[in-house]
Design a protein around this ligand. Structure first.
Ligand code: SAM
Ligand code: SF4
Length: 328
C-alpha cells in the first residue's frame, strides 16, 4: 500500500464560477455555513498536531474557489512556514490571481494549478457561467501574473467535454510548446453535474494522446509527477502534457492522499465516503488532540485498498456531492 502523505485541504465550498461540469447554474447546493468553516487556527492545529505527526508533509489548498477565502494568504503563510511542510500547492480558477499571485508567492506558495478549459473567451464563459464582462480575461491575467511572479512549472487543468471544448485540445496542448507550462487533460467525471455527462459523454486520455501524436508526435516524459497524471511531452516542447484518466483507468493503487473538507470532514477517498471523520466537531468539543490523531491513524490504516473505477460507478451523475463540495 502507498504511503499516504498528501492532504488536500478545501478552504471553502463556494465558488464565483458555476462550471457546467462542476456546479452548473441552478444546481441546488447546500453550502457550509461560514461559522462551520475550519478557521485558520484550526487548520494550523490540525496539521501541526494531527496530520504532520502521522507523516503528512504535502498539502494542497483547493475548494470551491480557495482565493475567495479572505484569509487565504495567511493560511498559506502558516502552512508554508511549518518546518515539516515539503510541498504546498493550490488549485484555483485564477479569477482573483492577478492581484493575489505576488502576496501568495511572498507567503511561501510555490506551486499552482489553474483551471483553463478554453482559449476562446466566449466558450470559456459558456463553461464557467456568468454574465457581463467575459471572465476569461481576468483568468488569463491571473495566469500571466503567476507566470511572471515565478510559479514554475505552471500547471493548467483542462476538463475535456465533447462538443464543448474538445476541438481545442491541440490549441491547449500547444501552450506547452514555448513555455514551461504543464497542461493537464482531465477526463470528465459524472460527479455533481446532472445531465451534462449523460448528454455529452467523455473523451478518453488515449484518444486525446492520439490526436496530439498525429499532429506533433508524443513521447513519455522523464518528468514524473507525484500525483495521478501520466506525463508526456511533445518532442522539443519546453513544457509537458499530463493526462488524468480516472474514467478509463483505475489509479487507486497510486493513491497517496486524503481530503479535508471546508467544514472539517476527513475523507479517505474521492468516491467512497466510508469511515469519514468529523474533525471540526471533535476539535470544537475539546477532544484531546491525541484522540483526533488516533482516529485519523485508524482511518489511514483502513483506507480502502479498493480498485474503484469511476466508470463503473454509473453515469447518472448520481454521486451526491460536487467536486467543489468534496474539495476536488
Ligand atoms: N475552483 C478551483 C478550480 O477550478 O481549479 C479548485 C476546485 S475544482 C473543484 C478542482 C478541480 O476539479 C478543477 O481542476 C476542476 O476542473 C476539476 N473538476 C471539477 N468537476 C469535475 C468533473 N466533473 N470532472 C473532472 N474534473 C472536475
Ligand atoms: Fe468553481 Fe472550480 Fe468547480 Fe469551476 S471547477 S465551479 S471554478 S470549484
Amino acid at each position: 500500500m502507498n504511503r499516504i502523505d498528501y492532504l488536500r485541504i478545501s478552504l471553502i465550498d463556494r465558488c464565483n464560477f458555476q462550471c457546467q461540469y462542476c456546479m452548473p447554474e441552478g444546481s441546488e447546493i447546500e453550502y457550509v455555513l461560514r461559522q462551520n468553516w475550519l478557521t485558520r487556527d484550526e487548520i494550523r492545529v490540525l496539521l501541526q498536531e494531527v496530520f504532520i505527526p502521522l507523516g503528512f508533509t504535502r498539502f494542497r489548498l483547493t475548494g470551491g474557489e480557495p482565493l475567495l477565502r479572505p484569509d487565504v494568504v495567511e493560511i498559506v503563510q502558516d502552512i508554508a512556514t511549518l518546518p515539516q511542510t515539503e510541498d504546498l500547492a493550490m488549485t484555483t480558477n485564477a479569477f482573483r490571481l492577478a492581484t493575489l499571485a505576488q502576496p501568495l508567492w511572498d507567503a511561501g506558495l510555490r506551486r499552482i494549478n489553474i483551471s483553463l478549459d478554453s482559449l476562446d473567451p466566449q466558450i470559456f464563459q459558456e463553461i464557467v457561467g456568468g454574465k457581463g464582462r467575459l471572465r476569461w480575461h481576468e483568468v488569463w491575467a491571473g495566469i500571466q501574473a503567476a507566470h511572471q511572479v515565478g510559479f514554475s512549472p505552471l500547471k493548467l487543468n483542462v476538463v475535456v467535454i465533447p462538443g464543448v471544448n474538445d476541438h481545442e485540445v491541440l490549441d491547449l496542448a500547444a501552450l506547452s510548446l514555448e513555455r514551461e507550462w504543464h497542461v493537464r487533460f482531465i477526463e470528465f467525471m459524472p460527479i455533481g453535474n446532472g445531465d451534462l455527462f449523460q448528454n455529452r459523454g467523455w473523451v478518453s486520455s488515449e484518444e486525446l494522446r492520439q490526436r496530439i501524436r498525429d499532429r506533433w508526435g508524443l513521447a513519455e516524459s522523464t518528468v514524473r509527477g507525484n500525483g495521478p497524471a501520466d506525463v508526456f511531452q511533445i518532442p522539443g516542447a519546453k513544457g509537458t502534457l499530463g493526462f488524468i484518466s480516472q474514467m478509463s483507468e483505475c489509479f487507486c493503487d497510486r493513491c497517496n492522499r486524503m481530503r479535508l473538507s471546508a467544514d472539517g470532514w476527513l475523507r479517505p477517498c474521492l468516491l467512497n465516503e466510508t469511515g469519514q471523520i468529523d474533525l471540526r466537531t471533535l476539535l470544537r468539543d475539546g477532544k484531546p488532540l491525541t484522540y483526533l490523531r488516533d482516529q485519523v491513524a485508524e482511518l489511514l490504516a483502513a483506507k480502502p485498498e479498493i480498485n474503484y473505477k469511476m466508470r463503473d460507478s454509473g453515469t447518472t451523475g448520481a454521486y451526491s456531492r460536487t467536486m467543489s463540495q468534496i474539495g476536488g
